[in-house]
Design a protein around this ligand. Structure first.
Ligand code: LLP
Length: 443
């Protein structure tokens, strides 16, 4: 089976250049660090576009496929502009994501709004900006959305988010499809929801069902199980209510290779499994081939991103570990402290053949848990060296914070030797921009 880029550990353009430094997108990462300062998020445009091409090719035999990038993985205007240019739609989960993809010029009819507690304001914004589908999560939202749609005299196109009762083997915090989940309608509640839509909520038009099982998934069989459940429900609802629903959304979740022990299936393999199980379920339940939505996030953006850090202090704990500190950490990448996530890194300005040592990379934040990488063997590190951490495109900037009142890093897009800022580094003034000192406290 052909490899696809989600199975790589580094961007497709990563190499060692003549200066002996890591180069990405034709740009020397040591020069990027000098020019833009660190920590610095770097996104390789070629990797991102190659992954989009992989996905489109993997599903070309099922033309009714809509690939909706899960914006929660990384949502900035430039990233959205690239993905819109690749023809992808967007899965969005907040007013902020809706606003960003709209700002990027996305075709809003290819946007799908998810979430278990969408607000009145967010639902209004979604309708006003022409979001194509809203995946309704619960009874409260059905009523709220119908009222808003009615007040605007509009028909809103919806899916029902369901909990298929499938458990996947990933970190407990990123499982979503199991029975006792906060997301979606339980299978036993679907009929009540459909009855309400058909009999009472005249401003809602139901097109199909949506599920998402979890994230960083390596088991392909899970998608076959999910598709079977969704198709079975389409057939059952047709029989019971005489409604032909022709859309299923199977969510995202395909894993990536953070470390050597992660072995994700290729997008081609996933494409084959999804299409063949879809065809099987179509004939098993005697339904028309539905439109299928996919919502990959991590597997689209993760590999395209690396983060550059500068090495600062080092300390050998007597009879303990050697800690080397970087100028970032849990505020720009909270994943190690949240999910015990593992990352692979190299030193951008040193050769792998140099003398090595085992170190633990600590962040700069005031928490013992702020450890970016435990026990990694790297060329001996000195102050000022540049560390390049791979696979940081997904869920790094999107989950970044200003913990310890530290400015969020800049992000640059690299391609063919050109680097462009797509996110400015925050300044001290940005940090106090929303602060208000009541008059009585002013000096
Ligand atoms: N669709 C829905 C409804 C989702 O909830 C998610 C992710 C996705 C699609 C995209 O899943 P992906 O293809 O990226 O696995 N912050 C965590 C991941 C949380 C994922 C939440 N939902 C992490 O850093 O691992």
């Amino acid at each position: 089976m052909t490899k696809s880029v989600n199975q790589f550990q580094k961007p497709v353009t990563a190499k060692i250049n003549n200066a002996g430094n890591i180069e990405i997108g034709g740009c020397d990462t040591v020069e990027l660090a000098e020019k833009y300062n660190t920590p610095l998020y770097v996104i390789d445009e070629k990797t991102l576009r190659t992954i989009c091409a992989d996905y489109k090719k993997a599903f070309e035999n099922y033309p009714k496929t809509n690939i909706m990038y899960a914006s929660k993985a990384l949502c900035t205007s430039a990233i959205a502009a690239i993905l819109a240019d690749e023809g992808l739609g967007f899965d969005v989960v907040s007013g902020g994501e809706i606003y960003t993809v709209h700002n990027a010029g996305a075709d809003m009819s290819k946007v799908l709004f998810n979430g278990n507690n969408k607000s009145f304001e967010e639902l209004n914004l979604a309708i006003d900006l022409g979001v194509g589908r809203i995946s309704v999560d619960n009874f409260y939202e059905l009523a709220l959305l119908n009222t808003i749609a009615q007040s605007k005299n509009k028909i809103v196109n919806i899916l029902l988010r369901i909990t298929p009762g499938i458990e996947c083997h990933t970190h407990q915090y990123i499982q979503t499809g199991h029975l006792d989940s906060k997301f979606g309608f339980d299978l036993t509640q679907i009929d009540d929801a459909v009855e309400l839509i058909l009999n009472e909520y005249g401003n809602l038009k139901l097109h199909g069902l949506h599920a998402h099982i979890g994230s960083q998934i390596f088991e392909t069989s899970i998608y076959a199980d999910e598709i079977d459940i969704l198709c079975k429900e389409l057939a059952r609802l047709d029989k019971k209510f005489g409604i032909v629903l022709d859309e299923i959304n199977i969510g995202g979740g395909l894993g990536v290779k953070y470390t050597d022990s992660d072995v994700p299936p290729s997008t081609y393999e996933i494409g084959e499994i999804i299409i063949s199980s879809l065809n099987k379920s179509i004939s098993k339940y005697g339904i028309e081939p539905p439109v299928i939505f996919l919502e990959p996030g991590r597997s689209i953006i993760s590999m395209a991103g690396v983060t550059l850090y500068t090495i600062g202090s080092s300390k050998q704990v007597p009879h303990g570990r050697k800690f080397v500190s970087i100028d970032g950490g849990m505020s720009d990448n909270p994943r190690p402290s949240l999910y015990q996530a593992k990352y692979y890194a190299q030193v951008a300005n040193k050769k792998e053949t140099d003398e090595t040592e085992q170190v633990t990379i600590g962040g700069r934040f005031c928490e013992s848990g702020d450890i970016l990488i435990e026990n990694i063997t790297l060329p001996k590190l000195d102050e000022g060296d540049i560390l390049c951490v791979y696979n940081t495109g997904a869920y790094n900037y999107s989950m970044a914070s200003n913990y310890n009142r530290v400015e969020k890093p800049a992000m640059v897009l690299v391609n063919n030797g050109v680097s462009e800022v797509i996110l400015k580094r925050e300044t001290l003034d940005d940090l106090i921009r929303c602060d208000v000192i009541p008059d009585r406290l002013k000096k």
